[in-house]
Design a protein around this ligand. Structure first.
Ligand code: NAD
Length: 352
């Protein structure tokens, strides 16, 4: 336990469990919502329409245009749809892309948000919004961005494809691992982080074997809630900085980039944060970097940046970008060491 700490807990309402989607109308009424705009990605449109049907008169319409990285142009279209149908709140059905759109709307007009989370990325419990405009990503943190209510119904995740389940589960674990050594860490997020990693450590191999196992899906969603809560409460470090650099400047896919880098960034910080990482390392056989790498391998997760489409010739520039305005990190962020890390992650070799 640290000698001293300060902590702000985010005031979100969490409704968790199989079948909890049935509580959506009551949860909407609880927030005073009368006309919800239901949001989704194009591929989840039919689910969004089913949600709207469930809400009946309390649904004002569906906007199924959410895409990755929350481009402001899409937000402008959604705000227009919001005004056209006379909505007074949003219901976001999906993963980080849809949740990002709901947050972008609420950031601008401060309407209440309900999220029905269907991946493990964790955005639903953070007051963080990343938006893109003209190829540039800006991230802000504000209480208005935090969704008021989150419904976690594992039954809605039974058909989340295994590949997305695995990479998004590793994305969640990355929030927890970085939370363990965060500069503003505290005893509560440390407990949440270890429990979140433990739950995902158990659940993901079971999901790979039996994707529609409701117990494994419940455990994974529970773990992702805890890991997301850590992300929403404390600051992140080198791992998240590298993922943002690679996603923002080289257009690499979000969750997969987290999945590839996590063993390498954990190994980078393993000695500098050995005591803090020990409870997580113990879950992976004692070595956090090698253990996470082996775990990702058993899940069939992507393990090499080259397989995500990054050119080897871009590694120097990636290292340069990654060390500009570095986030606080337990081990100093040194350009040559980061370049070596990126080289290993590009090859997909097991970190030492
Ligand atoms: P996503 O929301 O882009 O979803 C990936 C794909 O899976 C989409 O095509 C979606 O339609 C589909 N999908 C989602 N749930 C499904 C289900 N249950 N069944 C079948 N298909 C389903 O992916 P993501 O990884 O959840 O989110 C990534 C985005 O979230 C990135 O833009 C990232 O920057 C952002 N993010 C933000 C935060 C934050 O705190 N602000 C945290 C994590 C991620």
């Amino acid at each position: 336990m640290p000698d001293s700490f300060s902590l702000t807990l985010n005031p979100a309402r969490i409704v968790f469990g199989r079948g909890t989607i049935a509580q959506l109308p009551a949860e909407l009424a609880r927030l005073g919502g009368r006309r919800a705009l239901v949001l989704s990605t194009p591929s989840q449109k039919n689910h969004a329409e089913a949600i709207a049907a469930r809400l009946g008169d309390a649904a004002a319409g569906v906007f199924a245009g959410a895409v990755m990285h929350t481009p402001v142009g899409v937000t402008a279209q959604a705000l227009q749809a919001f005004a056209d149908v006379g909505a007074d709140c949003v219901v976001a059905y999906g993963g980080g892309s849809t949740i990002g759109l709901g947050k972008a709307i609420a950031w601008r007009n401060d309407v209440p948000q309900i999220v029905i989370a269907t991946t493990y990325a964790g955005s639903e419990v953070t007051p963080i919004l990343g938006e893109t405009e003209n190829g540039l990503k800006t991230t802000r943190r504000d209480a208005r961005i935090l969704p008021e209510t989150v419904i976690y119904d594992p039954d809605l995740t039974l058909r989340l494809p295994v590949a997305i389940s695995v990479s998004s589960g590793l994305n969640a674990m990355a929030h927890a691992i970085e939370g363990l050594y965060a500069q503003d860490r505290n005893p509560i997020t440390a407990l949440q982080a270890v429990e979140g990693v433990r739950a995902l450590r158990q659940a993901l191999p079971r999901i790979v074997e039996v994707p529609d196992d409701p117990e494994a899906r419940s455990l994974a969603l529970y773990g992702s809630w805890l890991c997301g809560t850590v992300l929403g409460t404390v600051g992140m470090a080198l791992h998240h900085k590298l993922c943002h650099a690679l996603g923002g400047s080289f257009d690499l896919p979000h969750a997969e980039t987290h999945a590839v880098l996590l063993p390498h960034t954990a190994a980078y910080n393993a000695a500098a944060a050995a005591d803090l990482l020990r409870p997580a390392a113990d879950l992976f056989g004692g070595s956090i970097g090698g253990g996470l790498y082996d775990f990702a391998a058993t899940l069939g997760a992507p393990r090499a940046l080259r397989d995500l489409g990054l050119d080897q010739g871009d590694l120097d520039r990636a290292a340069d970008i990654a060390v500009q305005n570095p986030y606080w990190n337990p081990r100093p962020v040194e350009r040559d060491a980061v370049r070596r890390l990126l080289g290993q992650a590009w090859e997909g070799t097991r970190p030492e």
